[in-house]
Design a protein around this ligand. Structure first.
Ligand SMILES: Nc1nc2c(ncn2[C@@H]2O[C@H](COP(=O)(O)OP(=O)(O)OP(=O)(O)O)[C@@H](O)[C@H]2O)c(=O)[nH]1
Ligand SMILES: [Mg+2]
Length: 265
């Protein structure tokens, strides 16, 4: 019950079986939680059939419709805290993140980091096979986020992350505002504002080979406005107090929250 890898999925039938098998083949005692948002392509059915092969190691939470990556992770974080996991990972299903790098994220957290970020933009990090427009967008987002928030993280939109349990306990998960790239920035911003150490571990990020991207204009817009909102709240609205948990344990507030469905996004 040490390490849980949370993988949100929406239409990942081409990747899901392979990514689950690859993580378990590492033999590093990870458990996996898939959060599927009613994927029309039947991703959840594939996961269900694998649960009989990996009982007690592979878990599935299903939500009714596409509700965004951020709320999927929040759901997963609560699930993980309630069950006592100490190291909680975020990873994409599409092999952009190499499961072999999980161990280096884990070690960074074991060695004292509150949050370990698989980073494309520190020395030793790289991006493979991404079109130039995606690289410009991603690097631009990184620069923009640092200029506005002053948070010293080179890859703030990264979605390959390990959190120590304590970090997710202290953050008021209900107070997290965003669902797309801005969610990834906000989680790091909240951890940083609450005084946790963020360590960037260099990774090579590869573009997905199979399945479709869920990236859209709404996610970019949320990112641009979201970063401004974070800065605004931290300057004038005492963001730190808002995002600090007043309960002793987020796991106590675990519930199947009513989440709006973002069909077509
Ligand atoms: N549960 C859930 N998962 C989602 C949702 N949106 C995206 N995902 C998953 O989140 C992960 C990242 O999504 P991607 O489509 O790869 O987004 P991206 O990495 O920004 O885009 P690409 O680089 O083009 O692949 C994948 O595992 C998706 O299946 C959502 O609304 N709900
Ligand atoms: Mg991806």
């Amino acid at each position: 019950m040490e390490k849980l890898v949370i993988i949100p999925t929406y239409n990942e039938k081409e990747n899901i079986e392979a990514i689950i098998n690859t993580v378990f083949l590492l033999l590093q005692q990870y458990h996996i939680l898939i959060i599927d948002d009613g994927s029309p392509d039947g991703t959840a059915n594939i996961v269900r059939s694998l649960i009989s092969i990996y009982p007690g190691q592979l878990f599935l939470e299903e939500r009714k419709g596409k509700s965004g990556l951020g709320t999927a992770y929040i759901h997963g974080f609560r699930w993980a805290l309630q069950r006592g996991y100490n190291f909680i990972f975020e990873m994409d299903a599409d092999f952009s993140h190499n499961p072999s790098d999980l161990q280096r994220l884990y070690e960074a957290c074991k060695n004292g980091a509150g949050v370990a970020v698989g980073s494309r933009y520190v020395k030793g990090g790289a991006v493979e096979n991404w079109p130039t427009n995606r690289i410009i967008l991603s690097k631009g987002a990184s620069l923009y986020s640092r200029m506005i928030t002053w948070m010293p993280v080179m890859d703030p939109t990264a979605g390959f992350v390990c959190y120590r349990r304590e970090v997710l306990e202290v953050i008021n998960l209900s107070g997290i505002n965003f669902v797309g790239y801005a969610f990834q920035i906000e989680m790091k911003f909240a951890a940083w504002k609450l005084g946790f150490t963020i360590k960037e571990v260099p990774i090579t990020f590869k573009d997905r080979k199979l399945g479709d991207s869920k990236m859209n204009k709404g996610i970019i817009k949320e990112g641009v406005l979201g970063v401004l909102k974070l800065r605004w709240m931290s300057l004038f609205k005492n963001y730190r107090n808002n995002v600090k948990n007043t309960f002793t344990d987020n796991s106590l507030s675990f519930q199947q929250a009513e989440i709006p469905v973002l069909e077509g996004k």
